[in-house]
Write a protein that binds this ligand. Structure first.
Ligand SMILES: *Cc1c(COP(=O)(O)O)cnc(C)c1O
Length: 364
């Protein structure tokens, strides 16, 4: 038996952006600046459970300044994309995986777990409403941001009794602007992202807040992104602020740091492991140290490195800088394996290739 589909009350926005203005906004939207007309909201209280499921106008909410999230950061989120289909309509990529990860993040942050069906239907209903906001062009997508925060007005330190879950949508193009084919990384020696027992595997705003100073350090040192090392030995590569990382070797194999509590279990990461193996590529989930990375890049054993995530898709890494110096990777361009993995993934997501995995869910 399948679960009944939760019903979202629909109230159309009375202040929709006119067609012509929308077309101008989504022609070159950048990332995270252009928002659609509607949002999905669901409330939770320990008394009533999940209630008040709505799709309505995207509008500001009134917030009491004693609202718990503003003080103790009980907040989690997801990031996913709706892709336009070649023949019209839109599709999601592995939305159940996002729904489950949202539940895992909730558990870690002592928040109630949103039932999978409510998560899925909130996203589907919003995509159906906002399909006209999917930008044209190769990198265009509707970026969906489901999130939930403690909305109880209370300053005591405890898991809140009230939460607001919402989904907003943003028309996006590529994540990295600038024409460089490969980005540069700053390997921070000073800051760490996550420690064993901490929140590294939860998709929570607090992880990002804690990473911003290191990202600012990266920018100050002329790099695009920060890469974090483990908190104990300060040598094992973990991930970027919001992307996982893969290494490619001259024997044609791939390697990525293993999950284990301090790394965010990326859905893109998981999909790439599967795709690569099915393309005949050996993939190891094993620790890799910064020293080895540098030595292998210099000897030529390491041929490519790329970052991956829903927002950044698959992005080549061309250079790494630390306080001790810097090293280049491959030809500082998009390597052949990076290219091949990226194409295999994107072609499935965008409906240009067959989907033997059942990863794509057509929504409209
Ligand atoms: C969201 C996220 C990723 C990428 O996850 P995807 O499911 O592939 O989008 C990687 N690292 C961090 C810290 C993240 O928050």
């Amino acid at each position: 038996m399948t679960a009944p589909i939760p019903a979202f009350a629909f109230e159309s926005s009375t202040t929709r952006v006119p067609d012509e203005e929308r077309a101008a906004l989504i022609a070159d939207p950048g990332f995270g600046r252009v928002f659609t007309d509607h949002m999905a909201t669901v409330r939770y209280s320990s008394e009533k459970g999940w209630h008040d499921l709505k799709i309505g106008a995207r509008r500001p909410i009134q917030t009491d300044l004693a609202t718990s999230v503003l003080h103790y950061a009980q907040e989690i989120f997801e990031g996913m994309k709706a892709y336009g289909r070649p023949g019209g309509g839109a599709a999601l990529f592995r939305p159940q995986a996002n729904a489950r990860r949202f539940q895992e993040s909730a558990r870690r942050m002592a928040m109630p777990e949103l039932p999978e069906e409510i998560f899925l239907e909130s996203v589907r209903a919003l995509v159906r409403t906002e399909i006209d906001w999917i930008p044209p062009g190769e990198d265009g997508a509707l970026y969906l941001r489901p999130f939930m925060f403690a909305s109880e007005v209370f300053l005591g330190v405890k898991p809140a009794d009230e939460y607001l879950y919402a989904v907003i949508a943003s028309s996006v193009g590529g994540y990295f602007k600038g024409g460089s084919p490969a980005i540069s990384l700053w390997a921070t020696r000073e800051y760490t992202r996550a420690a064993p027992g901490g929140t590294g595997a939860a998709k929570c705003g607090g992880n990002y807040a804690a990473s911003l100073i290191a990202q600012a350090e990266a920018i100050r040192n002329g790099c695009d992104q920060v890469v974090f090392l483990d908190a104990i030995e300060r040598r094992w590569i973990e991930e970027l602020g919001g992307m996982n990382i893969f290494f490619a070797f001259d024997d044609g194999s791939l390697q990525t740091p293993p999950l284990g509590g301090t790394i965010l279990p990326g859905i893109t990461r998981d999909s790439i492991i599967r795709l690569a193996r099915d393309l005949g590529v050996t993939v190891r989930e094993e620790p890799y140290s910064i020293e080895q990375w540098q030595a292998d890049a210099q000897s030529g054993r390491l041929t490519e490195t790329f970052a991956c995530g829903t927002a950044a898709v698959v992005t080549a890494i061309g250079q790494v800088k630390t306080t001790e110096g810097s090293f280049a990777i491959g030809g500082q361009s998009v390597g052949p394996l990076t290219q091949r993995i990226r194409a295999a993934l994107v072609d499935i997501q965008r409906g240009r290739a067959e989907d033997p995995y059942g990863w794509v869910e057509t929504v409209v």
